[in-house]
Design a protein around this ligand. Structure first.
Ligand code: CIZ
Length: 321
């Protein structure tokens, strides 16, 4: 039995070897969100945004999916793969944005606007998905909203993403929800101005969950997947990245000739950082924590996710170990 409280380099190497052994024994796959710790990115079979990871979960032949991310993501993987075991290594890894909406409050809003369609950002619970017509991620939100026949749309729960989508789809009337991502909100206009001053040759790429005054200062606004595509294709050699700083690991790895800066050291999601190598090994060894979705919402939430998957392209990146 390993002492999971240790944190030295040799111990981490031992843990990685143990994870590889356990993965083979369990026929498991490790899928990792872009915002996870560097040490977790290093053991990823697949890394990406929630849309890419949802697709990876659907396509894998493995029997067990170890989902290194937060609860709503693992829940989506489980909904889309009812026959597979989905493990979330740290059961407390939640999402404050997803917690800013409840099923009861969404039902009340639907009663207020009965003619409106409901689009839910994937950062929401299975219950909220079950009450919605279609899901979206930040990489396909505009495409999803454009695809809807209704003119009025209740967009939940991120108001900054909703506002950003509205600016691209003026023909729709978007009713915003008062939710936000506390990590992205921590990036202030002052931080962005300072970063632009400190790195005058860099392009500033911001995530649509950022404040509108920050988005006004950006050269380019996109999802994490969009950030990988943009950084790779651009002639520019230096970038300021306005999203959770875990993304810097793979941006740097995939673009060795380019420089990436965080505009502030505060862009850390505490929930994303809960997952460690120790927890992944523990999770595989003890088959915990199994993510289960209540039968009463599973089917409805699945249709909401599948409607999104049906209209958007393939986005997963494979990282062989
Ligand atoms: O969709 C995701 O995974 C999130 C939370 C952000 C992004 O832009 O990828």
């Amino acid at each position: 039995m390993m002492d999971y409280s240790r944190d030295d380099k040799l111990y981490k190497e031992d843990l990685k070897k143990k994870i590889i052994r356990l993965k083979a024994k369990r026929n498991a796959v490790i899928i990792v969100h872009n915002y996870q710790r560097d040490e977790i990115q290093e053991i990823a079979d697949y890394s990406g945004d929630s849309l890419g990871l949802a697709r990876a979960a659907v396509n894998t032949k493995a029997e067990i999916i170890v989902f290194c991310g937060v609860h709503f993501m693992a829940e989506s993987a489980s909904i889309l793969n009812p026959e597979k075991i989905v493990l979330l290594p740290v059961k407390e890894a939640g999402c404050p944005l997803a917690d800013m909406i409840t099923v009861a409050k969404l039902r009340a809003k639907k009663e207020e606007f009965p003619e409106a369609a409901v689009v839910c950002y994937v950062n929401s619970s299975a219950g909220v998905k079950a009450e919605s017509d279609i899901a979206c991620t930040s990489s396909n939100a505009i495409e999803v909203v454009r695809s809807i026949k209704e003119k009025r749309i209740i967009f939940v729960p991120d108001k900054n993403l909703g506002r950003y989508v509205q600016s691209h789809v003026p023909e729709k009337e978007i009713i915003l929800w008062e939710g936000y991502c506390p990590t992205h909100l921590r990036l202030t206009e002052e931080d962005a101005v300072k970063a632009r001053r400190n790195f005058p040759g860099a392009e500033f790429i911001a995530h649509p969950e950022c404040r509108p005054e920050v988005l006004k200062l950006a050269d380019h606004i996109c999802s994490t997947k969009g950030m990988f595509d943009y950084a790779k294709a651009a002639d520019t050699k230096e970038f300021i990245i306005g999203t959770e700083s875990g993304i810097l690991y793979n941006l740097r790895k995939k673009n060795p000739g380019k420089k990436f800066h965080t505009p502030t050291t505060h862009l850390l999601c505490a929930n994303m950082k809960l997952t460690t190598l120790g927890w992944v090994a523990y999770s595989l060894e003890n088959l915990v924590h199994k993510v289960k979705v209540a039968d009463c919402v599973k089917e409805k939430a699945r249709s909401t996710l599948e409607r999104m998957l049906d209209i958007t392209g393939k986005t997963t990146t494979k990282h062989p170990l």
